[in-house]
Design a protein around this ligand. Structure first.
Ligand code: FMN
Length: 316
């Protein structure tokens, strides 16, 4: 998610779940290939498994970008066919590509041929005046024929005329049943569902109904413990205990120290951690201590420990 799932966020989320697949922000193929912005690919070995999400629509360029991602050590290359922003539409990236399944298939085939990692697609159920029941099966069969084996479907249309990107994440209605029907129609595709899912009970329901995976965006960011803390046990069948929120904070401290020693700012990491205690006693104090203090000069791990102390006191 742009501006959200940077490497600091992913490192934090990885302390909550060892198994959940994490995604980068969308990186555009032109930025990598024409702009030489290879720093956009930097990530830490502690983040695995992590998928690189690419945006683009030029097959040769996407193939080169995918290869760069593979060389950097990512676990998966994902193509964004879901983003509705204007900037992305004018570059012919994202959701507007739901209108061009042949081009998407050509892009995927090129990315698959260029490197060894699995190439996956994140898409919508349709855009604008399209009829999802017609266009989605056609889209899926074309990318499957190109060699794609895994797809994540954001279960709502994108209305590219007239709605902002934010509205396009809330206003078009969700159609979970359509995604389930697609799994029935394409049993050999690994199908994940996305959109409006907020807890592990819902995840378990979708999996029990036959889907292969569930992608969670906003809820994982705003209430990461609710979504991720027990994911390894409940979804992936791990038997060890889940970490506590406090252990997660302590696990972040060496990373924070290294980030600050390298010239980074505390707030760049802690801004992603503000939701850790959502719904718990002391959540407000945690949030306030970190958001008020993290941008002060010299702020370091001591501030995080002070914020944690507030939580401990509130819980006592
Ligand atoms: C701030 C923000 C940035 C996003 N950036 C991306 C992105 O880069 N690539 C992408 O595929 N989806 C992006 N999305 C969409 C989410 O991945 C997801 O499809 C959408 O929020 C619906 O799922 P949710 O209800 O679980 O959040 C973004 C969403 C938000 C809120």
């Amino acid at each position: 998610m742009m501006d959200w799932t940077d490497r600091h966020c992913r490192t934090f989320h990885r302390q909550l779940s060892r198994r959940a697949l994490l995604y980068t922000e969308m990186v555009t193929a032109p930025a990598l290939v024409r702009g030489g912005a290879t720093h956009l690919l930097d990530f830490g070995s502690q983040e695995h498994p992590v998928a690189l999400q690419l945006g683009g629509s030029e097959p040769g360029e996407l193939a080169r970008a995918a290869r760069m991602g593979a060389d950097h050590g990512y676990d998966e290359i994902n193509l964004n066919v879901g983003c509705p922003s204007d900037r992305v539409q004018s570059g012919r990236f994202g959701a507007v590509l739901m209108r061009e399944p042949e081009l998407v298939a050509e892009c995927c085939a090129g990315m698959i041929a260029a490197q060894p990692l699995p190439v996956t697609v994140k898409c919508r159920i349709g855009v604008d005046d399209q009829r999802p029941d017609d266009v989605l099966p056609d889209f899926l069969s074309k990318i499957r024929a190109a060699g794609v084996r895994r797809v994540t479907i954001h279960a709502r249309m994108a209305w590219l005329q007239g709605l902002s990107p934010k509205e396009n994440r809330d206003v078009p209605p969700l159609d979970y049943d359509l995604v389930h029907r697609m799994k029935a129609e394409f049993p050999d595709l690994h199908v994940s569902i996305n959109g409006g899912i907020t807890d592990l009970d819902q995840v378990e329901t979708h999996l029990a109904r036959g889907l292969d995976g569930v992608m969670i965006g906003r809820a994982a960011y705003h209430d990461p413990a609710m979504v991720l803390l027990e994911a390894d046990q409940r979804i992936f069948g791990e038997t060890g205990p889940a970490p506590t929120r406090e252990e997660v904070v302590h696990a972040m401290l060496p990373y924070i120290d290294r980030h600050i020693a390298a010239g980074g700012k505390l707030g760049q990491v802690t801004r992603h951690m503000l939701g850790l205690f959502t719904g718990q006693p002391g959540a407000r104090r945690w949030r306030r201590v970190l958001s008020e203090g993290a941008s002060r000069p010299g702020a370091d791990r001591e501030l995080v420990l002070e914020a944690l102390g507030e939580v401990t006191r509130a819980a006592a």
